[in-house]
Write a protein that binds this ligand. Structure first.
Ligand code: ADP
Ligand code: ZN
Ligand code: ZN
Length: 691
């Protein structure tokens, strides 16, 4: 008996976490494996009469069970650090290991694409018998082996003249640069230089916040720190809010670093996404740029994590697990000993509190920020104040922000007062005139625009309020120049932005997406039509959001020309608006942190929201009460919420000083109540750090 056999008899037991969404099924389960399997391997395993996929989360050498062996080892294993990250995330956000692991596995639905390629194996002998066609074919080598030539090439292969092998073909995302770096870095401004020097001096694992006005050159600083990191042989992760709306930052990275940049986002074809993931996994690409899900990119040897526009709400995932990519990014950076560099013109109080702040106080072009005027709407009769209408008539290029999609907010019957409501949610339906429908903005329900009242038959129907569709229509009539609309109903946001950029004079109207990362040098007017819509929102972040919205819009206006911003409001004395008008972000943040501390809101506490949904209100309320009872004094509620997607809902909110024990207590309470069969058809959702 040889030594090999003895070695292979040492039992190797893999702890496998099944990748299934069922909350009740919790691993890990033990399987017997050989030494090709490690932490992060993805296995197909027999499981209770079925076959399922699972991820190896640990290895050991003994088990109390009769062990089965895996059926297959899947090709794309996960880096072990990402297995750790996924398990941490599952705990941190009260989810399951399977759902955490589901975030870090290779994108599904695609495999590597290969094509056959022919090369010359040997030159033909002087007297070798070949047809003219064959000689032509040999002369064209190397070439792709496909179509009608494939048969001929195969015959030449059989004679030893040609070698045919299969090669991976890259399905590249649209608009990525190919080739190596081309655009060189500009000379930095003194402010950028100072910031860069501080970043370079920062110890490993430091966490920094680059607080700089729009156009202050933050992206250029990221690029230079990224170049340093690559030069050290380490990799770089860059998170951005939404790729469709921020193509500029992607192209700046690809222009600077070429093929070593991979882009990961849901807009890619399954094939391209898989190939980008593979390029990252193999180390061929060492920079990943993408939105929140890119925080799970399979990069190893991470040296830098950038979170651009860190204030952006899209960093929070709205399905289970309800993770916050900013927090996950911090965890990843800490795990790898990498530098975390967040940036924003309007950082969150949480970021100011927990990161070391560096500043870029002035624009690269040296221009001042545009003046912001508050327009008092308390006596106004129309959607646009006469003062705003006049400014719009004078502006060359304007951005108009109205945070309401559709034509009008709701419809009522003038005769009997009937209000058109969603059948599944307790909210009114919004009129979308172009598509001839009424839509629920919460569940997606749609119905035809009514011609008569359902209750009394009257044809006198009133449309209340103004959304982006209606305002765009009104402005098209009055403005006499192109009016472009950008909101969730816009089919091609990138094309809309490009059209606005190219137009010498135009108005761009839309929801808050119009205030995001695009860079238009010649916008001379920004308008917030209804600042109160965000300000009135019943949420402790309402002020922060309003401040950010106005400040971000101001950042888009008046880059080239001397622009200005008008903010229509019925609360012209509101602190967030007054300070935004003064460009006083330090004043705003100081006041906001003091207020949060006094009220014990984050970052001075952790909030956890538990929502119980059920077909009937009594069950939802009973479950929420049971959870509340288990959680004690930190918990508030139950409070009923409006019916959503046919479910009555009741919520409990926990406001705790200590994060870990609070999360653990919530997890335990939720699991107990979920197991209790007396709550029929109960759906529980837990949101740690709700937005
Ligand atoms: P931010 O990310 O803070 O909005 P950017 O990095 O996008 O700012 O810079 C704004 C503009 O100024 C961009 O067009 C960028 O190319 C340019 N820019 C940045 N830094 C410099 C520099 N040092 N010299 C010249 N132009 C610069
Ligand atoms: Zn009626
Ligand atoms: Zn609905």
């Amino acid at each position: 008996m040889g030594l090999d056999t003895i070695v292979s008899e040492v039992p190797r037991v893999a702890l496998v976490e099944p990748l299934t969404t069922a909350r009740a099924l919790r691993g890990p389960f033990d399987y017997a494996v050989d030494d090709t399997v490690g932490v992060g391997s993805v296995l197909r395993v027999p499981f209770g009469g079925r076959v399922i996929d699972g991820v190896v989360t640990g290895l050991t050498d003994a088990s109390d069970h009769e062990l089965a062996a895996p059926i297959e080892v899947r090709p794309d294993d996960i880096p072990p650090e990402l297995v750790d990250l996924a398990l941490w995330l599952a705990e941190e956000y009260c989810s399951t290991p399977a759902r955490g692991l589901g975030l870090v596995t290779a994108p599904g639905g695609a495999r590597a694409k290969t094509e056959l390629h022919a090369t010359a194996a040997r030159p033909p002998l002087p007297d070798e018998r070949l047809t003219d066609g064959q000689r032509e074919l040999l002369a064209s080598l190397p070439c792709r082996a496909s179509g009608p030539e494939l048969g001929a090439l195969r015959r030449l292969e059989a004679r030893g003249l040609v070698r045919i092998d299969s090669r991976a073909v890259r399905r590249a995302p649209p608009f990525t640069a190919v080739g190596s770096s081309s655009v060189t870095a500009p000379t930095l401004t003194p402010e950028q230089d100072d910031a860069l020097a501080e970043i370079r001096a920062a110890p490993r694992g430091d966490r920094l916040l680059l607080h700089g006005v729009t156009g202050s050159g933050k992206t250029e600083v990221y690029l230079q720190v990224a170049a340093d990191t690559l030069a050290r042989g380490e990799s770089v992760l860059v998170l951005v809010p939404e790729i469709a709306l921020t193509p500029q930052i992607v192209s700046r990275f690809t222009e600077r670093f070429g093929d070593t940049v991979a882009v990961l986002h849901s807009g890619l074809s399954a094939g391209a996404r898989y190939d980008e993931w593979r390029r990252l996994r193999s180390g061929e690409a060492r920079v990943c740029v993408g939105p929140r899900s890119a925080v799970f990119a399979p990069l190893e040897n991470l040296g830098l994590v950038v979170v651009d526009e860190e204030h952006d709400p899209t960093y929070k995932n709205d399905g289970d697990p309800r993770y916050d990519a900013r927090r996950v990014a911090m965890r990843r950076a800490r795990q790898a000993g990498a530098l975390l560099l967040a940036g924003s013109a309007t950082p969150r109080p949480e970021a100011v509190f927990s990161l070391r702040r560096l500043r870029l106080p002035v624009r690269v072009d040296g221009r001042p920020l545009p003046p912001v005027e508050l327009v008092d709407m308390r006596t106004a009769e129309h959607t646009l104040h006469p003062h705003t209408a006049e400014a719009l008539a004078d502006a060359r290029k304007a951005i108009v922000l109205l945070n309401r999609r559709g034509w009008s907010n709701f419809l009522t019957c003038r005769t009997c007062g009937f209000v058109w409501m969603c059948p599944s949610c307790d909210v009114s339906l919004v009129l979308h005139r172009a598509s001839g429908s009424l839509a629920c903005h919460h569940c997606g329900h749609r119905e035809r625009v009514p011609s008569a009242c359902r209750a009394c038959g009257s044809v006198s129907i009133v449309r209340h309020g103004t959304g982006t569709e209606r305002l765009a229509d009104e402005l098209t009539v009055s403005a006499g120049r192109p009016v472009l609309r950008l909101d969730a109903d816009t089919a091609d946001p990138a094309a809309t932005l490009a059209a606005f950029q190219a137009a010498p004079t135009a108005i761009l109207i839309g929801t808050q997406v119009v205030a995001k990362g695009h860079d238009f040098p010649d916008v001379d007017l920004g308008v917030v039509v209804d600042a109160d819509a965000t300000l009135r929102f019943p949420d402790f972040r309402a002020e922060e959001r309003t401040f950010a919205l106005v400040t971000q819009l101001a950042g888009r206006a008046g880059r080239g020309a001397d622009g200005r911003v008008l903010v229509q409001t019925i609360a012209p004395d509101a602190r967030s608006l007054v300070l935004a008008a003064q460009h006083d972000s330090d004043g705003f943040l100081d006041g906001e942190l003091a207020r949060r501390e006094a009220l014990r809101y984050p970052p001075y506490s952790t909030l956890i929201r538990i929502v119980c949904g059920a077909p009937d209100a009594a069950t939802a309320h009973r479950a929420a009460s049971a959870i509340r009872a288990k959680l004690g004094t930190d918990a508030m509620g139950p409070a009923s919420l409006f019916r959503l997607r046919g479910r009555e809902r009741s919520q409990v909110v926990v406001k705790a000083r200590e994060r870990r024990p609070a999360v653990a207590a919530v997890r335990a309470a939720v699991e107990t109540v979920a197991r209790d069969r007396t709550h029929r058809d109960l759906v529980l959702s837990v949101d740690v750090d709700p937005q």
